[in-house]
Design a protein around this ligand. Structure first.
Ligand SMILES: NC(=O)c1ccc[n+]([C@@H]2O[C@H](COP(=O)([O-])OP(=O)(O)OC[C@H]3O[C@@H](n4cnc5c(N)ncnc54)[C@H](OP(=O)(O)O)[C@@H]3O)[C@@H](O)[C@H]2O)c1
Length: 338
């Protein structure tokens, strides 16, 4: 995969809203929005929003590579085939600069968007701006799903559910009772660590390149550990006492570029049982290639993306995630050309 493009400028050039909209261009805008939920929309589009149907959105910076819109719109179209309530549901993407997030969230609430997904870098910033945080999301300190309520946004985090479901689906393993070696100490790793501990994994060993970030993460985990042993180590020097037969989960961004070296050498870990990499594009990182070479069960993060998305839709629609996940998976694969 080529290196990630630089973030778009504040005045993103693909806004569907002309500077001074005429009545005709507003009609045109509405029709564009209705017919092109895949377009990259902006804060200006949001300010002019008057779509009457049920709207959902993902906000990010950058956002144009997100495959959440095709995933969700495929699931909504499938639901609408048998349930007329979903006929006017659409999911849109918005390029929102972090400085504009408070305004965007206010506008989305005012325009009565039913639900919002948040991706990089908004998950942590939004945490402090929701009226009510789901208790399971509190120790993560980040929300990726918002649901409209009269009194303000309700915040959830479906990434942990996505991870646990994906590990079960792709590797046939439960996080509960597993020895887990987690690579990374950023936002995704924090969510994964909390999920592993809340599900009572057997042990959790976290490796991160930067020691300070690792220590900061470890310091926050004690309240959710419930007696599960956890600790940290430097990926360049795995300690002798690591558990044998561990599930290795990569939550670093090392591997997003095909030239990236893997965050750890699997042969330096004792008797690894399986490897899960949260990265799904490219579909095979060097870490997964090494797992394949070593004959280890392994999977990329596509299934995690699908299951976190299906859980978000469950929060908005009440439709169980298990029902929409297969359609989302097919749409995600198609969007990635797989
Ligand atoms: N499949 C899914 O649904 C899903 C969901 C969430 C996230 N993800 C993926 O998870 C990854 C991490 O996301 P995030 O939000 O946690 O990012 P983040 O907060 O920026 O954290 C990045 C982490 O990667 C480490 N890292 C970066 N470059 C590295 C390198 N060259 N070698 C070793 N470690 C490196 C960082 O270590 P330092 O502390 O040393 O900088 C840090 O621990 C991304 O690839 C993202 O796409 C996937």
């Amino acid at each position: 995969m080529p290196p990630a493009p630089p973030p778009p400028p504040r005045n993103f050039p693909f806004s569907l809203l002309p500077a001074t909209p005429s009545p005709a261009s507003i009609e045109n805008l509405k029709s564009n929005i209705e017919n092109s939920p895949a377009a990259v929309l902006t804060l200006a589009d949001l300010a002019a929003w008057s779509r009457p149907g049920t709207s959902l959105a993902v906000l990010g910076h950058p956002i144009k590579h997100s495959i959440s819109p095709p995933m969700h719109n495929a699931a909504l179209a499938e639901l609408a085939r048998t349930d007329a309530r979903f006929a006017d549901w659409r999911y849109f993407r918005f390029e929102i600069h972090p400085d504009d997030l408070p305004r965007a969230l206010d506008l989305l609430h005012e325009k009565k968007f039913r639900g919002v997904n948040l991706t990089v870098p908004h998950k942590i910033i939004a945490f402090d701006r929701v009226a009510e945080v789901d208790p399971a999301a509190r120790p993560v300190g980040a929300v990726n799903t918002l649901r409209w309520s009269e009194s303000g946004w309700q915040g959830f985090n479906t990434d942990g559910y996505g991870l646990a479901s994906a590990v079960q689906e792709t590797l046939g393993r439960d996080l509960a009772g597993a020895h887990v070696i987690l690579l990374g100490a950023g936002g995704a790793a924090r969510g994964a660590a909390v999920e592993c501990l809340q599900r009572r994994c057997a042990s959790l060993s976290i490796a991160n390149r930067t020691r300070e970030t690792l220590e900061a993460l470890l310091a926050t985990l004690t309240p959710v550990a419930h007696g599960v042993p956890f600790g940290g180590f430097a990926p360049s020097a795995p300690p002798a006492g690591l558990p044998s037969g561990a599930l290795v989960i990569n939550a670093t961004s090392a591997g997003l570029r095909p030239t990236d070296e893997p965050p750890v050498d699997l042969t330096g870990l004792p008797n690894v049982a399986a490897v899960f990499d949260m990265i799904y594009n490219p579909p095979q990182t060097k870490l997964l290639r090494q797992a394949e070479f070593l004959g280890l069960p392994h999977a990329n993060g596509l299934s995690m993306l699908v299951h976190q998305g299906a859980k978000s839709l469950e929060h908005w629609s009440g439709i169980p995630a298990a029902r929409t996940a297969p359609t989302m998976a097919a749409a995600a694969r198609a969007a990635l050309g797989l």
